[in-house]
Design a protein around this ligand. Structure first.
Ligand code: AMP
Length: 514
C-alpha cells in the first residue's frame, strides 16, 4: 500500500463529500468534496508541468485556501512541499531557491527566481480534470522540507517524510481526542509545522473541520470561538485573549480544548487562563525537525510550566550535552528524542545531520530540560541560551518564571550579557502589563526570597514589549545584540551592579556564546 500522506487523509474523509472541511470568516466554505476536486485539478496541472515525484514545489504566499490546496496537491503529485515565510526578502528567497532547487516556485514574480503567481496557477488548474490518482510513495519518501527558523547561521531544510507526518498526526489525533464533530479555530500561519502539520493534518485525519483565519486577532477569535470546539495557538494568542475585555468564561464555555506550543507558555498565563475560563490549556512541545514530542495529558493533570510526558511512540531522554551520557532522573541536560516522528536529516547537509544525531539514532534537540518524578518534561531553555555566570549555569526559564510571578509583570526574557568579572551576567528584560508599572528595584527585591543570588539578574531592563517572531518566540539573539555593551565595551550603559555571592571567574570574559 502507498504511504502517501494524502491517501491516508483520503481514507478518513467523511462519507458525505458535502461535509464541511473549512469555513472562512466571510462565510465562504470548502467541503471535503471541494478539497478533493480542487487538489486533484492542481495535482493534474503540476504533473502536466512536468513536476515529478521527489521534485520540490516551493511556495511563498500569504495564508489562503489556495495556498493550502497547493500543499495537498503537492502531496498528491508525490512532490515535496516547501513553504516559505512570506516575510522573507528577495535576498533570503534566493538562498532557499539555490539550496532547495525547486522545480516550481510559486510566489510573487517581483521576487525573482522565476516565480509563478499563485492566482494564475489556481486559475489554470480550473481547466484540469478533478480525478487524480495519488502518486504512490514509500514511508521514507519526502513529503516536505521546512526550513528551520534558525536564529543564527543559515537556515537548514528539515526533511520530513510521509511517515514522519502520518505517525505524528495519528498520535496527536488520538492523544487530543480529535473527532469528526470537532471544529478547530485555525489562526496560525501555514508555512510552519504548527499551523501546517499539527493543526491541518490532525483535522484532516479526523475528518473534522476548521475555521480558517488569515491571522490572529483577539476580538475576532473571541467572536468565532462560539462556533469552534478546539483552538491551537502560540502563547501570545492566549495572553492577547486574556488582555481582551470580552474574553469571559462564557466566551470559552463550550470549547473542548485549548492547545499551546511553539514557545513557552508561562505558568502565570496558564493559571490566569484557568481562573478566567475554567479551562487548563494543554501545552505540548515539538519542533520543525521532530514534529511533536511531548504533550500534557487530555485526561489527567495539565501542569502549568511543563510540556507533559513524551507522546506514545516517542523516546525522550536527558543527556549530558558534551558526552551524550544519560543524566540521572531529575537532572537538567539536553533533550534527545527518537521515534517515527523524527526527521530524516537536513537537506544536502550530511555533516550537520551527522552532528545532530547520536550513534544510536537519538536527535539532539538543543533544548535543555529535565523530567520530574511524575514523568513530565520541563524545558529550561535552548542550550545556547543558558547563561554561565561566574562558572555557574543559570537556566533562563526558571528566572523568567520567578519574575513573571511578580505583580505588574506581563512578560520577561532572561539573557546572558558579557561581563568583565563574571564572564556573563544574568540580565532580565521585563515588560509591564497594561496600565501597570514595573521598576527595576522592585523586581530585584521581589526575587530575593525565591532565587539564589547567582541566579538573580544583575540588571532588570524595563521595556514596552519583547521582540518576538511571528510564532511568538522571543528573539533572544536580538536582545543579546542590543544589550551586549551593558557591562563594558562600546556603548556601555551605567550599572550599579553589586552581588552578594562569591563566584569563580568563568574564564569566558567578553565572549558571548551563541
Ligand atoms: P520550531 O522549529 O520553529 O517549531 O521551534 C522549535 C523550538 O521551539 C523548540 O526547539 C523549543 O525550543 C521551542 N518550543 C516549542 N514548543 C515549546 C514549548 N511548549 N515550551 C517551550 N519551548 C517550546
Amino acid at each position: 500500500m502507498s504511504a502517501n500522506l494524502f491517501s491516508l487523509f483520503r481514507a478518513r474523509f467523511p462519507a458525505d463529500p458535502a461535509t464541511t472541511f473549512l469555513v472562512e470568516p466571510s462565510g465562504a466554505a470548502l467541503s471535503y468534496g471541494d478539497l478533493l476536486g480542487r487538489s486533484g485539478r492542481l495535482a493534474n496541472l503540476l504533473r502536466g508541468c512536468g513536476i515529478a515525484p521527489g521534485d520540490r514545489v516551493a511556495i511563498q504566499a500569504g495564508k489562503s485556501v489556495d495556498a493550502l490546496i497547493v500543499y495537498l496537491a503537492t502531496l498528491r503529485a508525490g512532490a515535496v512541499h516547501l513553504p516559505l515565510n512570506p516575510a522573507y526578502t528577495a535576498a533570503e528567497i534566493r538562498y532557499f531557491l539555490e539550496d532547495a532547487e525547486p522545480a516550481l516556485f510559486i510566489g510573487d514574480p517581483a521576487r525573482g527566481g522565476g516565480a509563478r503567481p499563485l492566482e494564475s496557477l489556481t486559475a489554470a488548474a480550473q481547466a484540469m480534470p478533478e480525478a487524480f490518482a495519488d502518486a504512490p510513495r514509500a514511508p521514507d519518501d519526502l513529503a516536505a522540507i521546512l526550513y528551520t527558523s534558525g536564529t543564527t547561521g543559515r537556515s537548514k531544510g528539515a526533511m520530513l517524510t510521509h511517515s514522519n507526518l502520518a505517525s505524528n498526526a495519528e498520535t496527536l489525533r488520538e492523544a487530543w481526542r480529535f473527532a469528526a464533530g470537532d471544529r478547530l479555530l485555525h489562526a496560525l500561519p501555514i508555512f510552519h509545522t504548527h499551523g501546517l502539520f499539527v493543526a491541518t493534518n490532525v483535522t484532516l485525519l479526523a475528518g473534522a473541520s476548521m475555521i480558517f483565519l488569515p491571522a490572529f486577532e483577539a476580538g475576532e477569535a473571541i467572536r468565532l470561538l462560539a462556533q469552534a470546539s478546539v483552538m491551537m495557538g502560540v502563547p501570545t494568542f492566549y495572553t492577547r485573549l486574556l488582555a481582551h475585555p470580552d474574553f469571559t468564561r462564557e466566551a470559552a464555555a463550550h470549547m473542548r480544548l485549548f492547545v499551546s506550543g511553539s514557545a513557552p507558555l508561562s505558568a502565570e498565563t496558564h493559571r490566569a487562563f484557568e481562573e478566567r475560563t475554567g479551562h487548563a490549556i494543554l501545552e505540548r512541545y515539538g519542533m520543525t525537525e521532530t514534529n511533536m514530542n511531548t504533550s500534557n495529558p487530555y485526561d489527567g493533570p495539565r501542569v502549568a510550566g511543563t510540556v507533559g510526558p513524551p507522546l506514545p511512540g516517542v523516546e525522550l531522554r536527558i543527556a549530558d550535552p558534551a558526552s551524550g551520557a544519560e543524566r540521572p532522573p531529575g537532572e537538567v541536560g539536553v533533550i534527545e528524542v527518537r521515534g517515527p516522528n523524527v526527521f530524516k536529516g537536513y537537506w544536502r547537509r550530511p555533516e550537520k545531520s551527522a552532528e545532530d544525531f547520536r550513534a544510536d539514532g537519538f536527535f539532539i534537540t538543543g533544548d535543555m530540560g529535565r523530567i520530574d518524578a511524575a514523568g513530565y518534561v520541563h524545558i529550561v531553555g535552548r542550550a545556547k541560551d543558558v547563561v554561565i555566570t561566574g562558572g555557574l549555569n543559570v537556566y533562563p526559564a526558571e528566572v523568567e518564571a520567578a519574575i513573571e510571578a511578580l505583580p505588574g509583570v506581563a512578560e520577561c526574557a532572561v539573557i546572558g550579557v558579557p561581563h568583565p568579572d563574571f564572564g556573563e551576567a544574568v540580565v532580565a528584560i521585563v515588560a509591564a502589563g497594561p496600565g501597570e508599572a514595573v521598576e527595576e528595584g522592585a523586581v530585584r527585591a521581589g526575587l530575593a526570597q525565591s532565587l539564589a543570588a547567582f541566579k538573580r539578574p544583575k540588571r532588570v531592563l524595563v521595556v514596552d514589549a519583547l521582540p518576538r517572531n511571528v510564532m511568538g518566540k522571543v528573539q533572544k539573539t536580538v536582545l543579546r545584540e542590543r544589550h551586549a555593551g551593558l557591562f563594558g565595551g562600546p556603548g556601555a550603559e551605567e550599572t550599579s551592579e553589586t552581588d552578594g555571592g562569591r563566584f569563580e571567574r568563568s574564564g569566558k570574559s567578553g565572549s558571548p556564546r551563541d
